[in-house]
Design a protein around this ligand. Structure first.
Ligand SMILES: [Zn+2]
Ligand SMILES: [Zn+2]
Length: 352
């Protein structure tokens, strides 16, 4: 059926049917294609205006037009089930250690570790953003949230957090100083999941000396925008502590957004991340739809009844997309790191 709809190739469908699954192969180096971030008017290097949240050229004053805010989101949602099937239909899944790109500006060759999406050319200084590689071992982000918090705001948020009561109780004898020059801005990749759950509600009414009555109903509920970090470092638990992003501010991904601040490439793939998202959604649904039992009694003694409500929630479908989210990493004097949400300014401090 999915072959008929054009979602799977006949080859993919055949491999899924054999139930073997893809081979995982590791390769040290692969050739990759990068794009340069140049002004379409004068050819100068583009940058990002942090106040106007716009891609601009300092040389000729070019401003990239902002995409109009429309009702349709800036990105494509992918159905998890379909993506997992497609993955299973692949002959090989590649694990790449490094990618080799040629600078579009000066022609120099660079070796970029697999956890980076962009890097500055050390010969000419231009930013190179990887678009694809010869093994098609990764996918590009769908959307991005620009930085709203300046490095100075980030430092202040960390100072404030360090002076908070909780932090002082945890580390009473240390007073780490924030080292101004060690705030590093980075776009981190996140898999963003939307979950739909089916809620089944079974109500049983027990009355004395009578048959119990049972009724059942079901509804759907959704939990959207669950962010799961696609990197192993900083630790996912620390990243999760500041991941309160306001997703409505997202724009469609354009490599030019990385003109000023570099981006990482995901190391944790969507299939693995989907387990965490499913767990978060299941827990939230269980908290929201609790089972319950209550006794109702009336003055007349024959009118006592017990109502038992049993609620079951089951994740029915999930969709996802890949996003880059802004983050400041601040190194503290005692070697701990602090993270600051680059959109909301929320700070969290890591453990030793
Ligand atoms: Zn220009
Ligand atoms: Zn170069």
């Amino acid at each position: 059926m999915m072959v008929y709809n054009g979602q799977l190739t006949p080859d993919e469908a055949a491999r899924i049917a054999t139930d073997v699954g893809p081979q995982v192969k590791t390769v040290d180096e692969v050739a990759a294609k990068a794009t340069e971030l140049l002004c379409p008017m004068c050819g100068g290097h583009l940058t990002v205006d942090d106040e106007k949240h716009q891609i601009v050229c300092r040389f000729c004053g070019y401003h990239q037009p902002q995409p109009e805010q429309s009702k349709t989101p800036a990105h494509q949602e992918e159905a998890l089930l379909m993506a997992l099937l497609k993955r299973k239909g692949q002959p090989v899944i590649w694990h790449v250690a490094k990618r080799v790109v040629q600078c579009q500006q000066c022609g120099a060759e660079h070796t970029i570790t697999a956890d980076k999406l962009s890097e500055r050319c050390r010969f000419c200084g231009s930013t190179q953003v990887i678009i694809s590689d010869a093994l098609r071992s990764f996918e590009q982000p769908e959307a991005l949230i620009p930085f709203h918090v300046t490095p100075l705001d980030a430092m202040n948020a960390v100072e404030k957090q360090l002076n908070s009561v909780n932090e002082r109780l945890l580390h009473p004898f240390t007073s780490p100083k924030v080292e101004q020059h060690l705030a590093e801005g980075v776009f981190l990749p996140f898999w963003i999941f939307n979950c739909t759950a089916q809620i089944t509600r079974i109500m049983t009414v027990f009355k004395p000396n009578m048959m119990s009555e049972q009724s059942q109903s079901s509804t759907l509920d959704v939990l959207n925008d669950i962010p799961i970090s696609g990197v192993k470092s900083p630790t996912p638990s620390l990243v999760q502590a500041i991941a309160n992003y306001e997703m409505s501010a997202a724009v469609g991904y354009d490599p030019k957004w990385l003109a000023k601040i570099p981006a990482r490439l995901y190391q944790i793939d969507f299939d693995k991340a989907s387990f965490d998202a499913r767990e978060i959604a299941s827990q939230a649904m269980r908290r929201k739809y609790k089972s319950d039992e209550r006794h109702e009694s009336n003055t007349s003694r024959n009118n006592q009844q017990t109502i038992s409500i049993h609620q079951l929630s089951q994740i029915q479908s999930m969709t996802f997309h890949l996003m880059l989210l802004p983050l400041w990493i601040v190194l503290l004097g005692d070697k701990r790191i602090a993270l600051v949400n680059g959109q909301t300014g929320k700070a969290a401090i890591g453990t030793m």
